[in-house]
Structure formats: structure tokens, C-alpha cells
Design a protein around this ligand. Structure first.
Ligand SMILES: [Zn+2]
Length: 316
């Protein structure tokens, strides 16, 4: 019934990582024995976003170890990923609920049960140890890759230091729940713990795995876990383009099941004038709310009540 984008990537066999190093399945921590930050990289926060798993597998196979502090590599929602089927690649985003919406203390500490809450409770002490976290994702639409930050200065700084991808989008994420990057210990101006999220492109396009690996390597170099020379030896793109940072200025939630964009937008299109038509939602026309407006992450499958798009304005 549903069509989907071509699946160019092959989901890796990660069963050999099941054991983990500290008793938590699919969590591997390497300790340099020297002082320094605990740097962490997540793949598979969403089970169908396989580019991150491919990047982590490469980091393992390169044998990269931290030169200072600790490095943890985490395969997050393995329960969902195990259901990944290239014939139905949209089917494995999560088991019971979105792992990237549960990061609210009342839910984590509460009595509710779901496959994702169970895994979140298991991983919470791991994330509590992170000084710097990169959470690897990909998108439903073939959009240019982008880094997402909640908006704190420490996040903006780290996203700039990582230097890829060329787009940084700052702003609040979702209508409901909290993303992992918004989990309280990270979303705190008074400490240095910093979490950022990269969207590597369309979920299954071959380039997404390259973006995931390059971003991981540059993140590891920016946080001091590996040196520049090691990073440069393995990245696909040796000289990244200058970055543009935009701030989310608002979002739009579909009011009907007849939401449709006026064009096949992929995201990051720019509209000079307020009032430019973007979509049709039932009988209503959705237009840009202000001048100098970017369209971010259009959701072509949006049904009534779904976030259909975000708008953004230049940050500087
Ligand atoms: Zn995701």
C-alpha cells in the first residue's frame, strides 16, 4: 500500500555488539585511562534509521579508541531495529512508542511500561555519564543533511566546532514529549553536558551513511576523543562547506487529512516574502509567516494532528 524511497543501504548485522562492555546490551565504553570528557555516539534511536549503525560499525572496524577520557558507542533502539525489513523499511521506527519522545522525568520515573521506556530506563545511567553526545538520525524526505540543536549556546558552539553538515537548525522539536537532546541534564545552561542531533539525509540513501560517518569522526575530533589527523584520514569530505545556522520560528500541524505541499519540497527552501504559499490543508492555504523564511523538514505524509513542517529564520 505505502510506497517508500529506495533502500540503498544494507542494515548491518550488529549481533556481535550485543554483549556490551559494562553490562548494558549494545553499549560499548572504551576508557583511555587518562582524564578527559566522556564522549558518546548513538545510533538507532529510531530503528529504521540505519545509517548511524553503519557508521558505528565502521568506527569499531577502524579500531578507534579515545586518546583521552572515555568513548561510548551505543546502539539504542535495537528492539525496533531487529524488525527492520527492507521491503517495509518504515515499519521499524519503534516497537511501542517513539524513543525520542520519552525523555521526561515523570515518564522515566513513572509506572508506565513500553519497550522504549524499558530501554530508556536501561540507558539513562549511560546518558547521565555523557559529557558530549551525538545522536544520529535520518529523515523520511530526501532533505539536505542538518544538525539539530535545542538552542543553548553550548550546543550551537559544538555544532559549529563539528563543522558538518552545512546546515544547523536550532529550536524546539516536537509537539509532544521530549527528545533525548532535551533530556534535563543536557538541557541545562549551568553545566557543560552537550547533546546534538544529526539528520543525515533520507533514511536509506547511500550518502546518509557517509554523512553519518563524517559527522561522527568530526564530532570525535571536536570533542578531543581522536586527533585531527585520524579524523582527516577517514572522512569522505575533506573540506566542508561553510555552515548556515537557522532558528525555528514556528511549526505547522496538519488540521485535516488533506494536507498537501504545493511543490515537492525537500526542505531548506528559502522564501523571501511572508505570505508565500507552501501547502494546502483542506480548504486552507498555508503560507510563510514572515520574510526571509526557510522551510525545514517537510513531512509529505502528514495526517491530521501531525507536524507537517517547521519554519525557520536566519540565526545571525
Ligand atoms: Zn530519527
Amino acid at each position: 500500500m505505502t510506497t517508500h524511497h529506495p533502500v540503498e543501504l544494507k542494515a548491518p548485522d550488529i549481533s556481535r555488539f550485543a554483549r556490551g562492555t559494562n553490562g548494558v546490551p549494545y553499549v560499548h565504553t572504551f576508557d583511555s585511562g587518562k582524564p578527559g570528557p566522556h564522549v558518546m555516539v548513538n545510533a538507532l534511536t529510531h530503528g529504521n534509521e540505519i545509517c548511524g549503525a553503519i557508521a558505528l560499525e565502521t568506527i569499531f572496524s577502524l579500531g578507534l579508541k579515545p586518546k583521552q577520557g572515555k568513548l561510548s558507542l551505543v546502539f539504542v533502539n535495537v528492539g525496533a531495529f531487529k524488525r527492520f525489513d527492507p521491503a517495509k523499511p518504515n515499519g521499524s521506527r519503534y516497537v511501542d512508542e517513539d524513543f525520542n519522545r520519552v525523555w521526561v522525568e515523570s515518564r522515566l520515573d513513572g509506572p508506565e511500561k513500553s519497550a522504549e521506556l524499558t530501554r530508556a530506563r536501561e540507558l539513562r545511567p549511560v546518558f547521565d555519564q555523557a559529557d558530549y553526545l551525538l545522536d544520529i538520525h535520518s529523515m523520511g524526505t530526501p532533505s539536505a543533511p542538518l544538525m539539530i540543536v535545542h538552542g543553548l549556546d553550548k550546543e550551537r558552539r559544538l555544532a559549529r566546532q563539528v563543522a558538518v553538515p552545512p546546515w544547523i537548525v536550532a529550536g524546539q522539536g516536537h509537539i509532544q514529549g521530549k527528545r533525548l537532546i532535551e533530556y534535563t541534564p543536557f538541557n541545562d545552561r549551568s553545566n557543560a553536558k552537550t547533546a546534538i542531533l544529526v539528520e543525515c539525509g533520507q533514511h536509506w540513501e547511500a550518502n546518509a551513511a557517509k554523512v553519518a560517518l563524517d559527522t561522527t569522526l568530526r564530532f570525535l575530533a571536536a570533542t578531543g576523543a581522536i586527533d585531527e589527523a585520524t579524523m582527516m584520514a577517514h572522512v569522505h569530505v575533506k573540506s566542508p562547506k561553510p555552515q548556515t545556522m537557522v532558528d525555528v520560528s514556528g511549526g505547522y500541524t496538519a488540521k485535516t487529512d488533506r494536507f498537501k505541499f504545493v511543490k515537492d519540497f525537500t526542505g531548506l527552501e528559502h522564501f523571501a516574502k511572508a505570505g508565500s504559499p507552501i501547502a494546502q490543508d483542506g480548504d486552507e492555504t498555508v503560507t510563510t509567516p514572515h520574510d526571509d523564511c526557510y522551510l525545514v523538514m517537510p513531512n509529505h505524509g502528514a495526517k491530521k494532528g501531525d507536524r507537517a513542517l517547521r519554519f525557520a529564520k536566519p540565526s545571525d
